[in-house]
Design a protein. Structure first.
Length: 139
C-alpha cells in the first residue's frame, strides 16, 4: 500500500540556509529538512532551483565564503536529493510576479504553492509576504 506523503514547495533561500555551514538554521526549517531527508515528505520546486543554488554557490566562492571544493560538495549533495521538479505556466507566473510585486523567479515558487495547494518553505521575505497575502485573500 502506497503511503500518502505531504508535499512542500521549497525555494533556494531554504536550501542555502540548510546547506551552508555558517548559516543559523531555524527549528521549523530543520524539522522540514529532517522530514524530507527521512523520506516523510517530498520537496517540490521549479527546475530553476538548480540554477539558483548553483549560482548562489558560485557567488559564495567569489566572496570567499566557501572554497571551491566545499561548494562542489554542497552542490553534489543538493543534486542527489530527490526533489520533484515541476514546470510552472510561464504566463501565470508572470501575472503573479506583477500582481504581488515579486521577481519572476520567486513567482515560479509561488505558482507551484498556489496551484498544487502545497505549503511553501522559504526564508525570502518578499516571497513569504506574497504567499501569505495570497492565502489571506483566497481562503
Amino acid at each position: 500500500m502506497a503511503e500518502n506523503k505531504s508535499f512542500v514547495v521549497v525555494d533556494c533561500s531554504a536550501i542555502i540556509n540548510y546547506l551552508f555551514p555558517d548559516e543559523n538554521i531555524n527549528k521549523s526549517l530543520q524539522e522540514s529538512f529532517n522530514s524530507f531527508l527521512e523520506n516523510k515528505i517530498d520537496f517540490v520546486a521549479p527546475s530553476l532551483l538548480k540554477i539558483e543554488v548553483g549560482n548562489t554557490l558560485r557567488t559564495a566562492i567569489l566572496r570567499q565564503r566557501l572554497s571551491k571544493e566545499d561548494s562542489q560538495q554542497i552542490f553534489k549533495t543538493f543534486l542527489n536529493w530527490d526533489i520533484k521538479y515541476k514546470t510552472p505556466d510561464n504566463l501565470e507566473v508572470f501575472i503573479l510576479a506583477i500582481t504581488y510585486n515579486i521577481s519572476v523567479y520567486d513567482a515560479q515558487y509561488l505558482y507551484l504553492a498556489i496551484n498544487e495547494h502545497y505549503p511553501l518553505l522559504t526564508l525570502d521575505k518578499n516571497l513569504l509576504r506574497a504567499y501569505t497575502t495570497y492565502l489571506k485573500t483566497h481562503r
